[in-house]
Design a protein around this ligand. Structure first.
Ligand SMILES: C=CC1=C(C)c2cc3[nH]c(cc4nc(cc5[nH]c(cc1n2)c(C)c5CCC(=O)O)C(CCC(=O)O)=C4C)c(C)c3C=C
Ligand SMILES: [Fe+2]
Length: 434
């Protein structure tokens, strides 16, 4: 199985879009393209020389734009959609098993879902009843990622297999959580660089659920589209900040330990090998209040420059990747990165080493009756253990960093995301048939 987080070679061809030939490409795949953004790295395959789906262009037709061509492999060591560069469009969906559904029905559902995900990620139509929504499109970097919530295990009689790391997150004093939009038995994350391709997958997976599971909640998100900027940098959020700069990088020596459940030797059940735990928070941004601040005030809240994400300790120099100097002061002895700045407070070295891979989508669900935007961040973070990733950092933020006054956590979920499925297997098979 390919390990999508460990590229063999890099030959940058386009600024901000490194290209690579990978000699380990499976038969039938002529080219692999490696994209690196926001510190998240993943393999993406060109579909043109790969599996012929319904998007394969007849001779004489205009070739697909490279964006449509990009294909992410389904059968990989770690599920796709974790280290894959964040796509322009995202859907998060939680399902609950229906009253009559148990382990057998869940296993059949995961088998159907995996087959559909594999086909759609290769640019092929669904096995039956395809809706034609993505008929003329390439795979467009589609990824589908599956996870299991705490409640799944009692419903399927698999309590003994429930990881301790899935124990409910602690209550945080600033939480304003809507229970109906939190947690769930099963979680599906869909990402694609085309909105129709993403919706096509969403609808196909919902239909696959049949009578076994019902949608509990769904959230839709977005990011900048590939190619939208001539200045490749980490993506911006709806507060206008460069967000994701200090994400752990797969090339760092402690990345695997921080993000992936080990294959053996840890306290997790064997079925979670090469998996990860995802925390999902719908965080509303109080944009009316935020936009009242001057740019300088906004920068002090984060501790980084808005224009390019450079730390405030760099004064007017440096750039996004310049190291932050936590001790540096101005002529009056004031810290250049304020003591309660978000980017200071959240650092691993300020939290006993706690680290997570953040891979969010922005969201906008319209305006409230009083004109207040219902917009913010679908905060999605990945870690080998939530108690050594999200929890200690959120505990600190809950006590109040400078950003806390401008955000509100409105929904929450924690899911166990097993490793990727081997050829011929489905995601979660070791849990459901082990
Ligand atoms: C509990 C974890 C975190 C929550 C919740 C969170 C919310 C949140 N963050 C931003 C914007 C930025 N965050 C930045 C850095 C950053 N944030 C977290 C954790 C949470 N953020 C971490 C671990 C880090 C990195 C710390 C480090 O290693 O230095 C930044 C700075 C740029 C960057 O490194 O990404 C921004 C900007 C928003 C808007 C938000 C809630 C809506
Ligand atoms: Fe943050």
């Amino acid at each position: 199985m390919a390990d999508q987080s460990l590229p063999k070679a890099r030959t940058p061809a386009t600024p901000g879009l490194p290209d690579t030939e990978d000699t380990t490409a499976p038969a039938g795949v002529s080219r692999r393209r490696l994209l690196t953004t926001a510190g998240a790295t993943g393999l993406v395959l060109g579909a043109a020389g790969g599996a012929a789906g319904y998007a394969a262009a007849p001779s004489g037709a205009t070739p697909l734009a490279s964006l449509g061509e990009e294909r992410v492999p389904f059968h990989v060591k770690h599920q796709p959609g974790i280290t894959t560069p964040a796509q322009a469009r995202g859907h998060l969906v939680a399902f609950d098993l229906t009253a009559g559904a148990g382990r057998k029905e869940a296993a059949a559902l995961l088998r159907r879902w995996s087959d559909t995900a594999r086909r759609l990620m290769a640019g092929e139509p669904a096995a039956s009843g395809d809706t034609d929504v993505a008929r003329d499109a390439g795979p467009s970097s589609l990824t589908v990622t599956f996870g299991f919530g705490h409640s799944f295990f009692a419903r399927t009689g698999l309590e003994k297999q429930r990881p301790v790391s899935l124990d409910p997150l602690p209550d945080f004093s600033s939480d304003r959580l809507d229970k109906n939009r939190s947690n769930g038995d099963l979680w599906v994350q869909i990402g694609a660089n085309d909105a129709l391709v993403a919706f096509h997958a969403l609808r196909a997976l919902q239909k696959d659920a049949g009578s076994a599971a019902r949608v509990r909640w769904q959230m839709n998100g977005f990011n900048r589209s590939p190619g939208a900027t001539a200045h490749p940098m980490t993506v911006r959020n709806l507060m206008g900040q460069v967000d994701g700069t200090r994400n752990p990088k797969p090339t760092e020596s402690d990345f695997d330990r921080r993000i992936w459940v080990p294959e053996s030797g840890g306290s997790d059940p064997a079925w979670m090998a090469n998996g990860s735990y995802v925390v999902v928070r719908r965080i509303r941004m109080l944009l009316d209040d935020w936009e009242e601040l001057s740019a300088r005030e906004q920068e002090a809240v984060i501790g980084r420059r808005k224009s390019d994400g450079a730390p405030l300790s760099a004064l007017s120099g440096g750039g996004e990747t310049t190291e932050m100097d936590l001790e540096k002061t101005d002529a009056d002895g004031n810290l250049l990165v304020p003591i309660n700045a978000h980017a200071r407070i959240t650092r691993p070295d300020q939290n006993g080493g706690a680290a997570m891979l953040r891979r969010p989508f922005s969201y906008h669900d319209g305006f409230d009756a009083d004109g207040v935007p219902d917009a913010g961040l679908l905060f999605i973070c990945w870690q080998a253990d939530p108690l050594r990733g999200f929890v200690p950092v959120q505990r600190k933020l809950d006590r109040g960093d400078a950003l806390s006054a401008f955000v509100r956590h409105e929904a929450s979920g924690l899911f166990a995301v097993p490793g990727g499925a081997a050829e011929g297997e489905y995601v979660g098979q070791r849990l459901l048939e082990g």
